[in-house]
Ligand binder design. Structure first.
Ligand code: NAD
Length: 487
């Protein structure tokens, strides 16, 4: 028995069937959560063609009409809130509280996108020849959106809401691990509110078809921009292909984020931030704390508080109890990565201060000490509930350890001295830094994005609008521009 029977994938305002299906598993027990249509290259082509056909009329609507659709979209999501929360638990293995967070965040994203549509779409420029000279932005056309499984609803919406309200049309390809939360749920919303056919399309596919579908979502001439959130390995290939076709892309990738706890920090707050940042959603957040740097002067009292908090987190199937804060990892591949990193760390001398056990896809919240730079857990993204703790003596040392990674997504600094916090944040090579908060932060009006191997471009607010609109220079000549008489 499956929990959920989808209507198909969504293209040109219609539910359509692919020639075959793939299984969407509940990671808590491996049962089939849904059988999903496995769209192929020709399905992707026709979804892009529908989006292209819908573009002129959508772009020509008064922007206030697009805002109205966005607000209806938000209202329908709110009406379907409980369905989404259940799906975040059952399809994604997320804790009940994580489902609530995603549902709330969707509302904020829709409101922020609707608000951003009222912002400036250009600037008046001075002109040496007295022309009326201005820069103005207009929508580009079809935008492809490729999203990951870890926070699937939020991360899909964050990518499509701003380009959509700006007048672009969308083809969304959710992760094969969460095709409902990351895609088909939104197709149901669009269907329910009567969004014009072709404006929003969702193509679901398995890993078998992702290469062909993914390439089409980049290379098809109708596609003008690509939004991607996912791993650095896949993101690099997407950015390279987009570059080869001279297409704009916004690429948000992995992280190895540090939380720095200074000797003047509020230790209760710092321990809570470390616990939340390391273990929320089993550490499967791109901004999860993956290096916990603790000043040696407060190391012992901090560790006592941190371990005591982490020890209280309950592990189990999120659908069975809302108290099961730590659900399963999404798949066996992720579990194997965590297992390999734990075994490697222990073999090289790390100590397990808490947790360390793996039972199927469930990994206990694990705290490691005795970390050295040669360990995989120091170098690579873990994406699991593992907190490697490293003591430091000076702020400069903490900054150096935090920066010792190819990644540069987010970071956090705990200190009661704001000036000290700001100066540490200034030294960190990350796209985002949060003083007295964990690296895990996301607000839809703020510029979200990474440095180094964590990505290119920014989502959110006016940055989200600028990504997927084309800036044009328009002038009106008023007699001041002289042409050489020889002509
Ligand atoms: P992934 O890169 O494996 O997959 C992401 C998406 O890309 C999925 O939809 C997948 O189907 C698709 N994809 C895979 N191969 C493709 C191809 N050849 N062409 C086109 N699309 C392809 O990542 P994941 O496992 O889904 O997500 C986890 C990763 O995402 C982690 O590294 C995490 O740090 C990162 N992440 C980053 C952010 C951020 O904002 N920086 C947010 C969430 C997750």
């Amino acid at each position: 028995m499956t929990y959920f029977t989808p209507n198909g994938f969504y293209s040109g305002g219609q539910w359509r069937r692919a020639s075959r299906k793939f299984s969407d598993l509940n990671p808590a027990d491996g049962s089939i959560w849904a059988e999903i249509d496995d769209a192929d290259l020709s399905d992707a082509k026709s979804a892009i063609a529908s989006a292209q056909a819908a573009f002129p009329a959508w772009a020509a609507l008064p922007f206030t009409d697009r805002v109205d659709y966005m607000l209806k979209f938000a209202a329908e999501i709110e009406r379907r809130r409980d369905d989404l929360i259940k799906a975040v638990q059952g399809e994604g293995g997320g804790w009940f509280g994580k489902g609530i967070h995603e549902a709330n965040a969707l509302q904020e994203i829709c409101k922020a996108a609707a608000g951003a549509a009222y912002g400036n779409i250009g600037e008046i420029l001075p002109s040496a020849s007295g022309k009326m000279s201005f820069a103005m932005r207009r929508p580009m056309g079809v935008i492809s959106v490729i999203s990951p499984w870890n926070v699937p609803a939020l991360l899909s919406a964050r990518q499509f809401a701003f380009p959509l309200v700006a007048g672009n049309t969308i083809v969304l390809k959710p992760s094969e691990e969460t095709p409902y939360c990351g895609g088909l749920f939104f197709a149901e919303i669009c269907d329910a509110i009567g969004l014009p056919a072709g404006v929003f399309n969702v193509v679901t596919c398995s890993r078998d078809n992702v290469m062909a579908v993914g390439d089409e979502l980049i290379e098809n001439p109708a596609v003008k921009g690509i939004c991607f959130t996912g791993s650095t390995a896949v993101g690099r290939t997407i950015a390279a292909k987009a570059g080869a076709h001279l297409k704009k892309c916004c690429i948000e990738l992995g992280g190895k984020d540090a939380l720095i706890v200074c000797d003047d920090a509020d230790l209760d707050r710092a321990a809570q931030l470390a616990n939340f940042g390391s273990f929320m959603h089993q550490g499967q957040i791109c901004m999860s704390v993956e290096k916990l740097l603790v000043h040696e002067k407060i190391y012992e009292p901090f560790m006592k508080k941190f371990i005591a908090r982490a020890a209280k987190l309950k592990v189990g199937d999120p659908l069975k109890s809302n108290d099961n804060v730590i659900g399963p990892l999404i798949n066996d591949k992720q579990v194997n990565i965590v297992r390999e990193q734990l075994e490697d760390a222990v073999a090289k001398g790390a100590r397990i201060e808490l947790g360390g056990k793996i039972n199927g896809r469930y990994v206990e919240p694990t705290i490691l000490t005795g970390i050295t730079p040669d360990m995989l857990v120091y170098q690579n993204e873990t994406f699991g509930p593992v907190a490697p703790v490293i003591p430091f003596r000076t702020d400069a040392e903490a900054i150096a350890i935090a920066n010792d990674t190819p990644y540069g997504l987010s970071s956090g600094v705990c200190t009661t001295n704001e000036q000290r916090g700001l100066s540490i944040a200034e030294g960190l090579q990350t796209g985002m830094s949060h003083i007295n908060c964990s690296p895990v932060n996301d607000e839809p009006n703020a510029p979200f994005g990474g440095a180094k191997s964590s990505g290119v471009g920014r989502y959110g607010g006016r940055w989200g609008m600028e990504n997927f609109t084309e800036t044009r220079w328009i002038t009106v000549e008023r007699g001041g521009k002289k042409i050489p008489p020889a002509f």
